[in-house]
Design a protein around this ligand. Structure first.
Ligand code: UDP
Length: 328
C-alpha cells in the first residue's frame, strides 16, 4: 500500500512540485490548502482537501480520513514586505497555523514533518557561504515567524520525540521541465519571473535594486536553486524521517552565487532577447550576498542539486512563462 503524505500548501509553487515528486516516488500526496494564495489547477497528483490550518475540526477530519504517514508543511505567507507591514498576519498564519497543525498531528499520533523554512532566518550573514551553525538573526517578521517554528519543532523533538527536518531554502526558481506547473505569484516580486516579463515585453524594464553593493559587479548575489531539486530534497528528508531519523535544520542551496546582473545576462542568452534594465534604489533588508554551504544537506540527505545551473533554471522558467502566455 502506498503511504499517504499530507502536504499543507500543496497548491502553491514549491508545494505543487513536491506533490509531483512525491507521486513519482510512490507516495500519495494529499494537499491541504485554503486556496487563498495557491491554485486548485496545480493540484494534479493526489486529492485536494480545501481547508485552513487554523480550522482544527477540518484538519482533524482530513487527518482521520487519509491517515498520513508524515507531513510536508508548506502552507504559509511568504512576502517579506507584507510581513513588515502586517506582522500580525504572519505570526497568526505562520506560527499560529503551525501550532494548530502540530496539535492535530499530536492528537492523531502522526509523528514526523518536513518544514518549509528559509535562509531568511539567518538575516544578514556573518560569513558567506552560510553553514547551518551560523547564528540566526532574522531581520523581518517573515524570517522571525519561520525561526520561531524551527524552535518550536526543536522543542517538540526534545519533549515528544516528534521528528522533523527544517529545510532552509535559498532562492527557489525554475519550473517543472514537463511544463505541467510553474511559478504563479500575485503579486510577483521575484527576480527571475520579473526578468522574463521584461524579456517578453510585458514590462518596460527590470529594475535593478542597488548597484553599489560590495560584490564584484555591485549587484546582490543569491543562490538560485531549481524548484525540482528542492522538491527532491523534501522527499529525501521525508524518507529519512519515516526511517526514524530525528531530523534537524538544513540549508537547501547549491553553494554557487549569481548576481542580479548575472541572472539578466543568462536570461538574455536563454531567451535570445535584449532585456532593458533600469537602476533602482536598494530594496530595504536585502543583504549583499546569500549563498548556502550545502555540505551538511548533501551528507544527511545524500542529495545533490542536479538541475540548478542558472541557464537550466531560467530555461525551464521561460518555457513555463511562454506556455502561460499562450494559454491566456
Ligand atoms: N531584485 C531586483 N529587481 C527586482 C526583483 C529583485 O534587483 O525587480 C533583486 C533583489 O534585490 C535580490 C535578488 O534580485 O537581490 C533576488 O530577489 P528575489 O525577490 O527574487 O528573492 P529574495 O532574495 O528577496 O528572496
Amino acid at each position: 500500500m502506498a503511504q499517504t503524505i499530507l502536504v499543507t500548501g500543496g497548491a502553491g509553487y514549491i508545494g505543487s512540485h513536491a506533490c509531483k515528486t512525491l507521486a513519482r516516488a510512490g507516495f500519495v500526496p494529499v494537499t491541504y490548502d485554503n486556496l487563498e494564495r495557491g491554485h486548485a489547477a496545480a493540484v494534479k497528483w493526489g486529492p485536494l482537501e480545501q481547508g485552513d490550518l487554523q480550522d482544527r475540526a477540518r484538519l482533524d477530519a482530513v487527518i482521520k480520513k487519509h491517515r498520513p504517514a508524515g507531513v510536508i508543511h508548506f502552507a504559509a505567507y511568504a512576502y517579506v514586505g507584507e510581513s513588515v507591514e502586517k506582522p500580525d498576519l504572519y505570526y497568526r498564519n505562520n506560527v499560529g497555523g503551525t501550532m494548530s497543525l502540530l496539535d492535530a498531528l499530536h492528537a492523531a499520533n502522526v509523528d514526523c514533518l518536513v518544514f518549509s523554512s528559509t535562509c531568511a532566518i539567518y538575516g544578514a550573514p556573518e560569513t558567506v557561504p552560510i553553514p547551518e551553525s551560523q547564528p540566526c538573526h532574522p531581520i523581518n517578521p517573515y524570517g522571525r515567524s519561520k525561526l520561531m517554528i524551527e524552535q518550536i519543532l526543536d522543542d517538540y523533538r526534545q519533549a515528544y520525540g516528534f521528528r522533523s527536518y527544517a529545510l532552509r531554502y535559498f532562492n527557489a526558481a525554475g519550473a517543472d521541465p514537463d511544463g505541467e506547473i510553474g511559478e504563479c505569484h500575485d503579486p510577483e516580486t521575484h527576480l527571475i519571473p520579473l526578468v522574463l516579463d521584461a524579456a517578453a515585453g510585458l514590462r518596460p524594464h527590470i529594475s535593478v535594486f542597488g548597484n553599489d553593493y560590495p560584490t564584484p559587479d555591485g549587484t546582490c548575489i543569491r543562490d538560485y536553486i531549481h524548484v525540482c531539486d528542492l522538491a527532491e530534497a523534501h522527499v529525501a528528508a521525508l524518507r529519512n524521517l519515516l526511517a526514524g531519523d530525528p531530523g534537524e535544520g538544513l540549508n537547501l542551496g547549491t553553494g554557487a552565487g549569481h548576481s542580479v546582473k548575472d541572472v539578466i545576462a543568462a536570461a538574455e542568452k536563454v531567451t535570445g532577447r535584449k532585456i532593458p534594465t533600469a537602476p533602482a534604489r536598494r530594496r530595504p533588508g536585502d543583504p549583499p550576498a546569500l549563498v548556502a554551504d550545502p555540505a551538511r544537506v548533501r551528507e544527511v540527505l545524500a542529495w545533490e542539486a542536479r538541475r540548478s545551473g542558472i541557464e537550466e533554471i531560467i530555461g525551464d522558467a521561460w518555457r513555463w512563462h511562454q506556455a502561460q502566455r499562450q494559454a491566456k
